[in-house]
Ligand binder design. Structure first.
Ligand code: TXA
Ligand code: MG
Length: 333
């Protein structure tokens, strides 16, 4: 059931549910999360069951403030504290050595834990109330979608993905960032980006003093967002260069195929597709709307989703990463 989260009754209900080992979906500035008490392995098991996610994939633990970090992580390096000071609350997840007590259920069997203080008033209110209620105060929350699917950026998307299987969905409106947090591994020496996001390596470099490498595949700890096929719509999706768009659409029409286009340039004069979705031509505006656009196209009953390719510039790296993975995983549902 979706509920207006700003009512304090809903926070009381949410905390009760979490304390009882039930799930609560809630908004963050990046995407909606499917929350469970991070200290309760039985509650965490429900997250995996509801998402249909493999058990060895670790979850991010959300905290009310960085004061809670030493309770969850040990040997936190200076560089991690500096990143927290600059970017928390915000779209940054840090991978740190976990404290011995932290359940392996939440860390996917690893000795590290992902921690984040989200920058959304509803998430923070929930986290503060949950921490004040006793217990350990961390809320484990993956994105509130079925495994491999597009992350939800509104409460209605969560309802569409998981409705009926989550007792409470807190509604905090549309997410401002729109793609998942930047994940930085600080657990072994030099900081490394495991998943690109709104916070670019360049912005991290201003705090780190060096440009972190991006390691999204082999050698990195397991990150489900780094699987090639992820963030995928049910309809086939292809990324086509701007200059080839018109010819491509016309060829599809010729074959009698219905396509939907997600673009950031003006529509071509001829060969209008079945559905056209225009997104902002700046990377942050684009990120905010891309998942909702893919969902809309999934509902538009087209045979193919065609996405205009993105500029090959560092500022577009995070959304380009999500598009590549969407294209790899699309059409399997
Ligand atoms: O923006 C976000 O990060 C959202 C919101 C809800 O906070 N959450 C999110 O969760 O995207 P999820 O589970 O869909 O993706 C979290 C990623 C996963 O790919 C997981 O493997 C990785 O974080 N992760 C969590 N703990 C980790 C660890 N100890 N080592 C390596 N990767 C970890
Ligand atoms: Mg996810």
């Amino acid at each position: 059931m979706i509920d207006d989260s700003f009512s304090s009754n809903n926070f009381v209900r949410a905390v009760k549910l979490l304390r009882a080992g039930a799930l609560v979906a809630f908004p963050t500035e990046t995407v909606y999360g499917l929350g469970a008490d991070a200290a309760n392995p039985a509650a965490i098991a429900k997250v995996f069951a509801v998402k249909g996610r493999p058990f060895n994939h670790p979850l991010i633990v959300h905290l009310a403030s960085r004061d809670a970090v030493p309770h969850w992580a040990e040997g936190v390096p200076d560089v991690a504290w500096r990143l927290m000071e600059h970017f928390w609350p915000g779209p940054l997840t840090l991978i740190l050595k976990k404290q011995a007590w932290v359940p392996f259920a939440v860390s996917g069997g690893q000795e590290t834990v992902g921690l984040r203080v989200p920058g959304h008033p509803v998430a923070l209110e929930l986290l503060h109330r949950f921490a004040a209620d006793g217990g350990h105060g961390g809320i484990a929350a993956p994105s509130a979608n079925r495994f491999g699917r597009i992350s939800p950026t509104t409460a209605a998307h969560v309802e569409e993905e998981l409705g009926g299987r989550v007792p409470l969905i807190l509604d905090g409106g549309a997410c401002a960032v729109g793609i998942e947090s930047t994940i930085v591994d600080c657990s072994r020496g030099e900081a490394v980006v495991l998943r690109p996001g709104h916070l670019s390596p360049q912005r991290l470099a201003a705090v780190l003093g060096y440009l972190p490498s991006i390691i999204t595949t082999a050698g990195a700890p397991r990150v489900s967002g780094s699987l090639t096929a992820h963030y995928a719509p049910q309809t086939q999706l292809r990324v086509i260069a701007s200059r080839h768009l018109l010819a491509f659409i016309n060829a599809l029409r010729h074959k009698g195929e219905r396509c939907g286009i997600i673009a950031h340039s003006q529509p071509p004069q001829l060969g209008m597709p079945h559905a056209w979705k225009m997104l902002p031509a700046d990377p942050f505006g684009y990120a905010q709307e891309i998942y909702a656009a893919m969902r809309e196209m999934d509902h538009a009953a087209v045979d193919l989703i065609v996405v205009e390719s993105l500029p090959d510039a560092p500022a577009w790296a995070a959304v380009s990463d999500r598009l590549r993975r969407s294209a790899a995983g699309a059409g399997r549902g």
